[in-house]
Write a protein that binds this ligand. Structure first.
Ligand code: TRP
Length: 356
């Protein structure tokens, strides 16, 4: 069995540093380790339309933004197939067949769907496409025989539901699909990076994101106005580290040599935290340090983005080639399933054999 890695993002906005530490950074590491046979990254425009059906232009524009984000963080198109979901027509067939083995009640029990429904206030008007997107996501994963799915923890219910679908299909039609596994970031702080305002979620609608495409000045401004410990008023006051966004970001971004480079009076993060808790360490100082650490990581990302923005036809060509490659793979899975379902009536499955 080949080892296939697959993951994806909805093109509804530029990607931010929450996406970066939660997923993008480990994709680049996985890519560079090279321990896989195929590695797919999907721009999930069909899924994005399930709650943006009335704003297709937003989805259209963000396909290119997300592609630029991928390439600028160092996803290498010679090692990873980047593709656009809607261009892989086999996915619609898989989705359609999988719908037969999933109940409405099971969809309504999906915790991610549950909380998203609450957030979106659909009331009695839940779009069928939205409610069923976990089924389409099961197609996204199985359509390429993917078994390793690097995602954030909000996606665990999707992977679980995919596994159930795989088992149902294999039970009915014989071994056809592979059961995927989610891979989460090891570093706790990376699993869900809070917004710059301390809100649990970094999101565009809350205006609390640092984007990969932000310039240096913007990043500095956002970092300097970040939420810390509201009771840490004077430098001498003891401060809290838990729930302090600056420290959560440092947990996610500090590297072995960060202190030596930008704050040599401390040896490591534990020492810095201890000093803050004890009192005598100002917010401005830790914010300046965080800015340096962040900027070191994001400066090369900005550079790469600039290159691809100036060579946008290269980006289009990468997406086109990736989508063709992905389609070819998905067609094979569709053929395999159709054969096992015995609905390939005009090939060797003779539907009229009873009469011969
Ligand atoms: N649901 C994912 C998100 O909201 C995007 C996605 C679509 C995905 N298809 C996928 C992720 C398949 C992993 C595998 O971010």
């Amino acid at each position: 069995m080949d080892k296939v890695i697959l993951t994806g993002d909805r093109p509804t906005g530029r990607l931010h540093i929450g996406h970066y530490v939660g997923s993008l950074r480990s994709r680049v590491e996985l890519q560079n380790k090279g321990d896989y046979d195929k590695f797919y990254i999907m721009i999930a425009d069909v899924q994005a339309l399930t709650d943006n059906w009335d704003n297709p232009e937003k989805v259209r524009q963000n396909i290119i933004e997300v592609a630029l984000d991928y390439l600028s963080v160092g996803i290498d198109p010679s090692k990873v197939t980047i593709f656009i979901q809607s261009g892989v027509k086999g996915l619609y067939q898989l989705t359609c067949f999988y719908m037969d083995v999933v109940t409405l009640a099971r969809l309504e029990r999906n915790p991610t769907i549950k909380s998203e429904l609450k957030m979106r206030n659909f009331g009695e008007s839940i779009p069928v496409g939205f409610l069923t997107y976990p089924i389409s996501q099961a197609a996204d994963i199985t359509g390429f025989d993917a078994t390793v799915i690097p995602v954030g923890d909000d996606q665990l219910p999707m992977i679980e539901q995919t596994r159930e679908i795989v088992r149902s299909i294999n039970n009915i039609y014989g071994d056809t699909l592979y059961e995927p596994k989610a891979v989460l970031p090891e570093n706790e702080a990376c699993r869900r990076l809070p917004g710059t305002d301390g809100d649990a979620k970094m999101s565009k609608s809350l205006g609390n994101c640092i984007y990969l495409a932000d310039d240096e000045e913007t990043i500095k401004k956002k970092v300097m106005s970040m939420y810390t410990d509201p009771n840490h008023i004077r430098i001498e006051d003891p401060g809290k580290v838990e729930g302090n966004t600056v420290f959560t970001y440092l947990d996610a971004f500090v590297k072995e040599d960060s202190f030596e480079k930008y704050l040599p009076e401390f040896k490591n993060l534990d020492e810095l935290k201890a000093k803050y808790q004890q009192g005598g360490l100002g917010d401005v100082k830790i914010k300046k340090f965080l800015f340096e650490v962040l900027n070191e990581e994001l400066a090369p990302v900005r550079e790469k983005r600039k290159y691809y923005e100036e060579h946008i036809d290269e980006v289009i060509a990468i997406l086109k080639k990736g989508t063709e490659e992905a389609s070819a793979h998905c067609d094979q899975v569709v053929d395999r399933l159709r054969r096992n379902m015995k609905i390939n009536y005009f090939d060797n499955d003779d539907i009229a054999s009873n009469y011969r």
